[in-house]
Design a protein around this ligand. Structure first.
Ligand SMILES: Cc1cc2nc3c(=O)[nH]c(=O)nc-3n(C[C@H](O)[C@H](O)[C@H](O)COP(=O)(O)OP(=O)(O)OC[C@H]3O[C@@H](n4cnc5c(N)ncnc54)[C@H](O)[C@@H]3O)c2cc1C
Length: 367
């Protein structure tokens, strides 16, 4: 094996988790960082609501990072319009998300990776094989196939992680099919909306204005997902949503761990970060804060120790996993029909929103 192709750590995927991990690693480590997306027009783009939640903002505060204007979109929205399509209840709740262009955000995170890491963009990792004391990683770089070797392999390649599927094929994490469609935004006022309807999904759907576009998305059980999305659009058109002339449609897997056993941290000198490990909130599908936190935990271990074990990583992510389990307990209050109906009917924590901000009344009567 050629010396130039041998690394201490190989990172597969440079979304929020992989890019953060690469950024925080000690410069003495020889790091290879591979990512299938790049800055070209046809690049892979992660389908996402692009909302930076409070916990993710807190990670940025801890990292001492500030957000550049170029990743923000217009406008910033302070209330979420929550709609229960079954009961007809509609409420507004205060939220502190930052509304961003997700692709620009990802590219900016990658730009922060220091020059001592070897970053390869537009490269897809295809296969991983443990050989003696290192991993052989086969990649496709345009038309070429190449093999790299690394002592440690880090899978930061998202929900559909090839690393997890190849090396831990028996590990299953509950998933939904996320479908997002982009429309020209012709609503009277920009909005962020959360939509519930247990006839369509036991998860939820969302709508968010971004510059001149409106994104409607939802996480659906795999079976009949496209039909469910079509029905969602019909129902929303009935309550005033403007969903004509779609510009583009995106689909991808989104994980929603159903128990602590579903987290997949890795093993045998391979570690999984962010959503590849199942680190995503089952109650909101917020995943960026867990991507940042898991990346910082693992980087801290690599920077302190010459040998990192699964036991170390398990200990370092104990708090993060406990937090996710609390989110699982919260899920019935948000996604369970009965409790949500009670909460929305009571109006607890909701806001009265001035008429120009909305196109329907604060609380529609139950049908
Ligand atoms: C529709 C949708 C909306 C969401 N909205 C939000 C939101 O508003 N806010 C929020 O906090 N979370 C949201 N999430 C969750 C969030 O997007 C993820 O949890 C988060 O992006 C996980 O970060 P990550 O770095 O672990 O993985 P990812 O962001 O998925 O990044 C993995 C990267 O790996 C690369 N990659 C994948 N496979 C390979 C390969 N074989 N070879 C090389 N590179 C590879 C890709 O380029 C990809 O960018 C949403 C998820 C979905 C599906």
């Amino acid at each position: 094996m050629a010396e130039k192709n041998v690394f201490d750590v190989a990172i597969i995927g440079l979304g929020p988790s992989g890019a953060t991990f690469a950024r925080l690693l000690d410069p003495n480590l020889k790091v290879l960082a591979l990512d299938k997306k790049d800055d070209t027009e046809n690049s892979f783009r992660k389908p996402c609501g692009g909302l930076l939640a409070h916990d993710a903002q807190k990670c940025f505060a801890r990292f001492g990072l500030t957000l550049p204007l170029e990743v923000l979109v217009n406008p910033q929205i302070f209330a979420v319009r929550t709609i229960d399509l079954e009961t007809g209840y509609e409420r507004y709740y205060q939220r502190f998300y930052i509304n961003m262009d997700r692709h620009k955000f990802d590219l900016w995170l990658k730009s922060l990776i220091p020059v001592h890491a070897e970053v390869r963009n537009g490269v897809t990792a295809l296969d991983f094989e443990k050989r003696d004391d290192c991993y052989a990683i086969t990649v496709r770089d345009k038309e070429k196939r190449e093999t790299y070797y690394a002592r440690y392999l880090v899978g930061a390649d998202g929900a559909n992680s090839a690393v997890r599927q190849r090396l831990f094929p028996d590990h299953k994490i509950r998933s939904y099919l996320a479908i997002q469609q982009w429309f020209p935004d012709t609503h009277k006022s920009p909005m962020y909306s959360c939509i519930f309807d247990r006839n369509l999904t036991d998860c939820y759907s969302w709508g968010v204005s971004k510059d001149d576009s409106f994104i409607l998305g939802g996480a659906f059980p795999n079976k009949g997902a496209r039909e469910r999305f079509r029905m969602l659009k019909t129902k929303l058109a009935g309550v005033g949503f403007k969903l004509e002339n779609p510009i583009k449609t995106e689909t991808c897997l989104v994980l929603s761990p159903a128990s602590s056993r579903e987290f997949c941290l890795g093993g045998d000198r391979c570690f999984l970060l962010g959503e590849a490990a199942g680190f995503i909130s089952p109650s909101s599908l917020e995943g960026m804060s867990y991507a940042f936190e898991s990346a910082a935990s693992l980087a801290g271990l690599f920077n302190r120790k010459s040998e990192v074990t699964l036991k170390d990583y398990r200990r370092a992510t104990r708090g993060l996993r406990a937090k996710l389990m609390l989110k699982l307990l919260k899920k019935p209050f948000i996604m369970g029909h009965f409790l949500r109906k009670l909460i929305m009917r009571s109006g607890i924590s909701s806001l009265k929103v001035a008429a120009q901000g909305c196109e329907s009344s604060e609380t529609a009567p139950p049908k």
